[in-house]
Design a protein around this ligand. Structure first.
Ligand SMILES: NC(=O)c1ccc[n+]([C@@H]2O[C@H](COP(=O)([O-])OP(=O)(O)OC[C@H]3O[C@@H](n4cnc5c(N)ncnc54)[C@H](OP(=O)(O)O)[C@@H]3O)[C@@H](O)[C@H]2O)c1
Length: 241
């Protein structure tokens, strides 16, 4: 028994793959979702298929009261929390900065960055009680390179990298690790299908990632107890010339 992992945005895409990978490794899973209840139910069945306990919980990670309630319900159900994966995220279509609405900026930062803060804020007291605990944040290549998806997305993902390093330092005295994964394009609904061919062409490996390849990196970071404050690039070699 490895304990419980809370995976935000676990109903689809990368979060679903992380939930299943961690369940296969022996973790019980809380699958957080916002709108995709059916997806969350399907992932729950997948987790249970590995013989692990699972619960689903609807919460908008940008809303403090919802996050607080989620964390408390997880602790009630599983008896504690060992792992937090801050995966929930949104991406809007490309918006030029001069046309970007302040509300779009606020929403992006609220979900992608503040959401990770809120989950950590409410979960840390329980992580400190765990035998072995970790936080993994899903950043993005956009947080390091900018890219074409808009300043709000890039800033939210760069912010997650800063949050990761500051939190790693704060939690190191408790032997709690905190790391980030910075994926390049991954084959999920987040990516505009019309862009997939172009994105493949930008990658030295000439393909985009499968969600399972990001999930494998998350598990690696959780299991290695001597990596903290690190950002792992999983992008098919995009930084090579
Ligand atoms: N796909 C990529 O190319 C790529 C590359 C780099 C980084 N990432 C990052 O990886 C993470 C997962 O992306 P993905 O590709 O798997 O996206 P996705 O398929 O669109 O899934 C997004 C997930 O986030 C959840 N979510 C969105 N807003 C939420 C909110 N306010 N509260 C709680 N959950 C919320 C969604 O839940 P519901 O469906 O239930 O609403 C869904 O489970 C994101 O942080 C994204 O920025 C993705």
């Amino acid at each position: 028994m490895r304990g419980c992992a809370l995976v935000t945005g676990g109903s689809r895409g990368i979060g679903a793959a992380i939930s299943l990978r961690l369940a296969a490794a022996g973790y019980d899973i809380c699958i957080n979702y916002h709108h995709s209840r059916d997806g969350a139910e399907e992932v729950r069945r997948g987790v249970e298929g590995f013989g692990r306990r699972a619960m689903i919980f609807q919460a908008d990670v940008s809303q403090p009261l919802q996050v607080k309630e989620m964390v408390e319900k997880v602790v009630d159900f599983f008896g504690g929390i060992e792992v937090v994966v801050n995966n929930a995220g949104i991406l809007s279509r490309r918006t030029l900065t001069e046309e970007l609405d302040e509300g779009e900026w606020d929403r992006m930062l609220a979900v992608n960055l503040k959401g990770a803060f809120l989950v950590a804020h409410f979960a840390i007291p329980y992580l400190k009680e765990a035998r072995q605990a970790s936080i993994v944040n899903i950043s993005s290549i956009a947080g390091k390179m900018g890219g074409v998806v808009g300043v709000h997305y890039a800033a939210s993902k760069a912010g997650l990298i800063g949050l990761t390093m500051a939190l790693a330092s704060e939690l190191a005295p408790y032997a709690i690790t905190c790391n980030a994964v910075a994926p390049g394009p991954v084959d999920t609904e987040l990516i505009d299908p019309n862009l997939k061919e172009k994105l493949k062409g930008l990658c030295p490996l000439k393909r985009i990632a499968r969600p399972e390849e990001i999930a494998a990196c998350v598990l690696f970071l959780i299991e290695n107890r001597y990596i903290t404050g690190e950002v792992i690039d999983v992008n098919g070699g995009r930084y090579m010339d």
